[in-house]
Ligand binder design. Structure first.
Ligand SMILES: [Zn+2]
Length: 186
């Protein structure tokens, strides 16, 4: 009998007696789906991905989380919240498959969208050529893109939210022109 088989037979007892055991089982399962490399390299997710190429980790059948969020949770701890809402787990490497905890940082939705735009991750939606100050225009372009997609009914708020890795309420704000009328986008 292998170690895991032996553990399986004890599983119920272990879970009851040692609450941390369940978490370790999940962590084990998580690690089995990661291509672990050096500290500075991307650790790509080998499990399921969503339609935007982001890793998905299933804690339970119905409890699915982005693999990057699961990674943060395992390595660092609970994802901080602000105003009752979870902050974003952002990638410094821009690789949506990456779960290397050294490449993850916590930001607000606004910071995340700024970072994304500053790095030109949404290149497919704009063309920087000829712009003297591309960064100054990015906010406006992404906001306009979201608004026009929504206006034309091409994508729902939740699809847009997933596309840009922000909350539905953040997309709602953009669509309804809250926050984004400010001087930032002038
Ligand atoms: Zn990475």
């Amino acid at each position: 009998m292998g170690i895991s088989m032996a553990l399986k037979t004890l599983e119920k007892t272990l879970r009851e007696r040692f609450p941390n055991y369940k978490r370790l089982v999940f962590f084990n399962r998580f690690l089995a789906r990661v291509s672990i490399k050096g500290k500075d390299e991307c650790w790509e997710w080998l499990g399921r991905v969503d339609d935007e190429g982001r890793g998905l980790f299933d804690w339970q059948a119905e409890d699915i989380m982005l693999a990057s969020m699961a990674s943060y949770t395992f390595f660092v701890g609970p994802i901080p919240r602000r105003n009752g809402r979870r902050l974003c787990v952002c990638h410094s490497c821009d690789n949506p498959l990456c779960v290397n905890p050294f490449h993850l940082w916590i930001g607000t939705q606004k910071q995340n969208i700024h970072d994304m735009m500053a790095k030109g991750r949404e290149n497919m939606y704009y063309d920087r050529r000829g712009e003297r100050n591309p960064k100054a225009k990015l906010d406006q372009r992404i906001v306009e893109y979201i608004r026009s997609e929504h206006r034309r009914g091409h994508r729902s708020l939740s699809e847009l939210a997933r596309r840009f890795n922000v909350s539905v309420s953040a997309v709602w704000d953009i669509v309804h022109e809250h926050h984004w009328q400010s001087k930032e986008i002038q």
